[in-house]
Design a protein around this ligand. Sequence first.
Ligand SMILES: NCc1[nH]cc(CCC(=O)O)c1CC(=O)O
Length: 309
Amino acid sequence: MNPIRLATRSSRLALWQAERVAYLLGQAGLPSEIVPMTTIGDQVLDRSLAKIGAKGVFTEELEESLRRGETHLAVHSAKDVQSSIPDDLELLAFLERERVNDVVLSFNEQFSLDKPGIVLGTSSTRRKAQLRRFYPEATTAEARGNLQTRLRKLEEGQYDGLVLAYAGVHRMGYDHLVRHTLSETRFVPATGQGSVAVECARDLDADLKIRIQAALDHPATHACLRAERAFLQTMEGGCSIPSFALATLNAAGGLHLHAGIISLSGEEYVDDTQTAPAADAYRLGTSVADSVLGRGGREILASIREHRG
Ligand SMILES: NCc1[nH]cc(CCC(=O)O)c1CC(=O)O
C-alpha cells in the first residue's frame, strides 16, 4: 500500500505531532510519510494573530495540499483549526488530549506571579485579558514565533515569564522550566487546546477513512471538542477573540462545558457552565454560547470588533 501522506507545519511541535500520528497509523498497519510545509502564521512574526486577522493562518496551506491531492491527511494543533471547516474537507479524528492548562515558564527558580511589576510574554488576546483580570499587577509583552523562538526571548530576558499551553511545553521537553500551572477554572483554555486534529478531503476513500479514524480518534476527546467547537462557531465569525471553552467528560458519560468570553481589559467577563449527554455535544456548545451572548457576551464581542476597527 502507498504511504499515507501527512501534511504538517515545519515547527518542532508540529513535527512531533505529525510523528505521533505516523506512529499511531503504523501501529494499525498503515504506513505513512510526513510532508512538512510553511504557513502564513509561520511567516508573519511581527504581528499578533489577532492583527493578521485571516482565518486559518496555520491551516490554509495544509488544506490546499489536501485539495490538490498532494497529501491525504493534515495534522493540526486542534486549537489552530477554524471553527467551521469548508464543505469539501472534514475533521476525521482528534488525538487523546494532553493536560489542558496554561503554564508559566521561567529560567528563574524563584519566579512568582505575585511579585509586582513582572513582565509576561504572550501574544494571545485571551491570555492577556485573563492576566489583566486575575493578575492585574503583571504586564504583558508580545511573544510570537514558535516555542523555540519564544524561549530564546525568555532566556534573553525580554520577559520574566512566558505563558504557554502545557501541551506544547511538555511535548517539547520543557517541563523543567514550568514554575506555575494556571488553574483551568480561571485561565480557561482556548477551544481545542491540548489536542491534535486530523483533517482530510471529504472524498478520501471511505474504507481508508474508517481505518484511519479507528487508529487515531479518541472518542472522549472528540466529544469534548465537538462541544467546544460548537460553542466557538456560535460565538464568532473567525477572528481571534478572547473566548475560552473547556469540556470534560465524566465517568457516567456526562459532558460538562465551561465557556465564555472576556473583554480585552479583563473587566467584563461572561461565562456559563452546562452539562448534557455526550450525544448532545453540539447542542451543548450552542446552548452555552447562546446563554453567554444573551447575558452580555454580544456587547463584549461588539466592543472588541470596534476596538479593532
Ligand atoms: N498557535 C499557538 C499554539 N497552538 C497550539 C499550541 C500548543 C499545543 C496545544 O495547545 O495543543 C500553541 C502554543 C501555545 O499556545 O502555547
